[in-house]
Design a protein around this ligand. Structure first.
Ligand code: GLN
Length: 379
């Protein structure tokens, strides 16, 4: 059979999580918490299931949740999107990204992706009939050269995908990056897709610079968010897109035949939780910064080096003082020898440079991080 995605294997997250399970290893690979969702939120889900909210939710998401999201975005970014025409609840951010790409990319369009790029972007572009244009970012800082981006843009460019805080490299964009992007786009027809699922994990006093803080970019793009990340509930698969009405209309045309609608009791529960615990999101930065700092402090005696994560719940560790293996070989070796699973970064490049870093997830109980760090110190 002729494959539509001949170069795409099983996602590295599934591969590494399966291997971690087989090896009985500590799984710092796939990004998910090993602690539970807030108790109140679990009670709210049970309540809404018992109350019979078990039939199809509205296709665009339950109004109570979209209204709470609009208020949350107002509190975070000082702009209040219209809950009816600009916010759509999706099956996790992954569906939001997929539906947005399918809706916005036309056959023949070029789509600019900055590598390392999250592994769902390029396959979605290909399925939409577009052509990914991979712009490789160089370690260790992975900075975007906006002048080079400007030179790449042509009338073929339909979309630029940005991701801040960035997965897998844990960098963040600044206001000046957003201004440079806006400047690049002024003479172009390209739209922006901004993956901001780690919006509430931005460290060391920095502020999240998402497109909703930038009126010009907000007008020509879609931002994607995730309750999996903010509610510690990656298994619930609830995310959302925010885009101007004419873009939202197109996203919904795809979304309605992709997932149709998202689990109703989960949406009601999250809406109630946002209303009852409005301070929840604001606690996440400190919560995760403390975990990053604990993990790194426990690695002080190790042979790894690092630039502290600027955002997300991931930390890259540089292993070049330990080994000159490739990142894939090194991730494999620490899985077997130290029984700690990590994620290599080269699978996120079309043409990977030599990479001496692997990614670790610190969305874990302190005891898990301490145990993992102790094992890593032995390398
Ligand atoms: N976003 C998660 C990560 O980066 C993985 C999600 C998935 O496996 N689809 O680890």
């Amino acid at each position: 059979m002729k494959s539509k995605l001949p170069h795409i294997g099983t996602t590295i997250f599934t591969v590494m999580t399966n291997r971690a399970r087989e090896m009985g290893a500590i799984n710092l690979a796939q990004g998910f918490p090993d602690f539970d969702v807030p108790g109140k939120l679990k009670d709210l889900v049970a309540y809404h299931v018992a109350a019979g909210r078990n039939q199809y939710a509205p296709m665009i998401g339950v109004p109570e949740l979209r209204e709470q999201i609009a208020l949350k975005l107002m509190a975070s970014y000082g702009q209040m999107p219209d809950a009816e025409s600009e916010i759509t609840i999706t099956l996790g951010a992954t569906e939001g990204i997929f539906s947005a790409i399918l809706a916005l990319v036309h056959p023949g369009d070029e789509v600019i992706l900055f590598d390392p790029s999250y592994d769902s972007y390029a396959p979605a572009v290909i399925l939409a009939g577009g052509t990914p244009v991979h712009v490789p970012l160089e370690p260790p800082r992975f900075k975007i050269d906006w002048q080079a981006v400007k030179e790449l843009l042509s009338d073929k460019t339909g979309l630029i995908v940005i991701n801040t805080p960035h997965n897998p490299i844990a960098t963040v964009l600044s206001d000046s990056d957003l201004s440079a992007l806006a400047e690049c786009l002024r003479s172009s027809r390209a739209m922006v897709l901004s993956d901001e699922v780690y919006e509430h994990m931005v460290f060391d006093g920095a502020k999240h610079a998402g497109i909703l803080t930038h009126p010009e970019l907000a007008q020509r793009g879609v931002a994607v968010f995730s309750f999996g990340k903010t509610m510690h509930a990656t298994g619930w698969r609830v995310g959302y897109t925010v885009a101007p009405p004419e873009i939202t209309r197109e996203i919904r045309r795809v979304h309605q035949f992709n997932t149709f609608s998202i689990a109703a009791p989960l949406q009601y529960a999250i809406a109630d939780f946002l209303k009852q615990v409005p301070e929840h999101n604001a606690t996440l930065t400190q919560f995760y910064q403390q975990k990053r700092d604990l993990f790194l402090s426990r690695l002080r005696e190790s042979r790894f080096s690092w630039i502290p994560s600027s955002g997300s719940y991931f930390q890259l560790l540089d292993f070049t003082a330990i080994s000159d293996e490739s990142d894939i070989e090194f991730a494999d070796r620490i899985l077997t020898e130290a029984k700690v699973a990590s994620i290599p970064v080269s699978p996120f490049y079309r043409l990977p440079p030599k990479l001496g870093v692997v990614r670790f997830c610190f969305a874990k109980n302190d005891s898990t991080l301490e145990e993992a760090a102790e094992r890593l110190c032995a390398l």
